[in-house]
Design a binder for this molecule. Structure first.
Ligand code: ADP
Ligand code: MG
Length: 378
C-alpha cells in the first residue's frame, strides 16, 4: 500500500447490465436405507431439467416442475461441480463475485453437496482446488506483473447474527458496505492460503466442529447458514497498480423445513424472531432477480445483505436444491420445491394455504401418464 503512485482501483464492474438470473438446479439424493427404497421415490425425474412429485390433494395427479437442471440420485459430485459451479470460478479472478447455495430440508444432502467426504469431495473443496489451479495457471501465463492472494473466511449466520467459524471468539459481527458498494465484515478473520493443504488445515476442523456438535433436527447446525468465503485479490505491480478483488461465497443454508412450521404467510415470517428470516428473504431475492424486478430486497436479512454484491448485478449465482426420496420427506419436498421454484419455473402452481396431509401412495405410475394432470391447476 506504500507503493508510490498507488491508487486503489475502483471496480469497473458495470452494474447496468441488468440482473443475472440465478441458476436453480435440483439434486435428488439416493435412499439411505434399502428397505425404504422398495416403497419407491416421491420424486421422479423427467429428463435433464424437469421432475414431478405426486399431488397431495389428488394422488392420481402429479405436480411437475422445471429447473435449469435436474440431477438424479446417481449423479456424481464431479458432474454437479462441472455442470453448475465450475464456470462461476473464473469470475473471482476478474474482480467479480459469485455464490453457490445448497438449499433443502435437513437430511436431504446439503452438506454432502457442499462439503462431501474426503473420498467424495463436494463443491467447497472442488471450488477451492479449482481457484488455486486457475490462479497458478494465470500466474504462469504472465510475467509477474500481478500478484495474487487467496484468502478464506468461514462464518455462520444464526438467528440473524454473524459468527466467525475460524476464530470462534468473534461473534455478532456487523455487515458493512464501503464507498464502492463492496460488502465486508469488520473483524471477520481471514486466512491466506497458498495450497490445498493450508485450506484443509483451517476448514476441516471448523467444519467438523459444526457438524458433530449437534446432530438433532432442530440443532443449531440445521438452523444456521454456514458460509465459506473465498477471496482472490489480484494486484498489479506496475502502474497503474490496479487491484481486483473477487469473492466466491459457498453456502450451506439452514434446513428449509423451518418454513413449514410458519405457513407461507410472509408477514408472519418476518415478524417472528424464531423464524429464519434470511432463508425467507433469500427466496424473495431469487424471485425478484429471476422475474426482473427493479427492487431486490437484499437489505431485509443478514444473509442477503452479505450477498448484496454477489448475487444479481453482474454477479452469478447457482442454487442447488437438495431433495430426499423418502415419503417421510414429502411435505418438506413439496414446500422446498414451491419455495425454490418461483412462479416462472413452476409449470403447475399449487395452492399452498392449507395444511398438508401425507400422500397415501407415492408415485408409481409411468411418467407419460401425467401429461393431462399437470396442466390442471389445483
Ligand atoms: P443436510 O446437510 O441437508 O442435512 P446431509 O448432507 O447431512 O444433509 O445428508 C444426510 C445424509 O445423507 C448423510 O448421511 C449423507 O452422507 C447422505 N447423503 C446425502 N446426499 C448423498 C448422496 N448424493 N449420496 C450418498 N449419500 C448422501
Ligand atoms: Mg447439513
Amino acid at each position: 500500500m506504500t507503493t508510490p503512485g498507488f491508487h486503489r482501483h475502483r471496480p469497473v464492474i458495470a452494474r447496468n447490465g441488468g440482473p443475472v438470473p440465478v441458476r436453480v438446479a435440483v439434486r435428488l439424493r439416493p435412499f439411505l436405507d434399502k428397505d425404504q427404497q422398495e416403497k419407491g421415490s416421491t420424486v421422479r425425474g423427467l429428463g435433464e431439467r424437469a421432475l414431478e412429485i405426486c399431488n397431495w390433494r389428488n394422488e392420481q395427479e402429479s405436480l411437475k416442475y422445471e429447473f435449469d437442471a435436474f440431477y438424479d440420485e446417481d449423479t456424481s459430485q464431479d458432474k454437479i461441480f462441472k455442470s453448475s459451479v465450475q464456470n462461476l470460478l473464473e469470475h473471482t479472478l476478474h474482480g467479480q463475485n459469485a455464490s453457490v447455495f445448497a438449499y433443502g430440508p435437513t437430511g436431504a444432502g446439503k452438506t454432502h453437496t457442499m462439503v462431501g467426504t474426503s473420498e467424495d469431495p463436494g463443491i467447497i473443496p472442488r471450488s477451492v482446488y479449482g481457484v488455486l489451479n486457475a490462479v497458478a495457471k494465470e500466474r504462469g501465463s504472465e510475467d509477474g506483473e500481478w500478484t495474487y492472494t487467496i484468502g478464506i473466511s468461514y462464518l455462520e449466520i444464526y438467528q440473524e447474527k454473524v459468527y466467525d467459524l475460524l476464530e470462534t471468539k468473534n461473534h455478532d459481527l456487523q455487515i458493512r458496505e464501503d464507498r464502492d458498494r463492496n460488502i465486508f465484515i469488520p473483524g471477520l478473520s481471514e486466512k491466506t492460503i497458498t495450497d490445498f493443504q493450508q485450506f484443509e488445515k483451517h476448514f476441516v476442523p471448523a467444519s467438523q466442529n459444526r457438524t458433530t456438535a449437534s446432530t438433532k433436527l432442530n440443532s443449531r447446525s440445521s438452523r444456521s447458514h454456514s458460509i465459506l468465503l473465498l477471496k482472490v485479490v489480484k494486484t498489479q505491480q506496475v502502474p497503474p497498480y490496479r487491484q481486483l478483488t473477487g469473492k466466491l461465497y459457498l453456502i450451506d443454508l439452514a434446513g428449509s423445513e423451518d418454513n413449514r412450521k410458519t405457513g407461507n404467510q410472509g408477514i408472519r415470517l418476518k415478524e417472528s424472531g424464531a423464524i429464519n428470516t434470511s432463508l425467507f428473504v433469500l427466496g424473495q431475492v431469487v424471485d425478484a432477480l429471476n422475474s426482473g424486478q427493479a427492487r431486490i430486497p437484499y437489505r431485509d436479512s443478514k444473509l442477503t445483505r452479505l450477498l448484496q454484491d454477489s448475487v444479481g448485478g453482474t454477479s452469478h449465482a447457482c442454487m442447488i436444491v437438495n431433495l430426499a426420496p423418502e415419503e417421510s420427506f414429502y411435505t418438506d419436498t413439496y414446500t422446498t420445491l414451491n419455495f425454490a421454484a418461483k412462479s416462472k419455473q413452476i409449470v403447475n402452481r399449487p395452492f399452498t394455504r392449507e395444511s398438508m396431509v401425507r400422500p397415501r401412495e407415492v408415485l408409481k405410475r409411468p411418467a407419460d401418464s401425467v401429461t393431462d394432470a399437470v396442466s390442471k391447476r389445483v
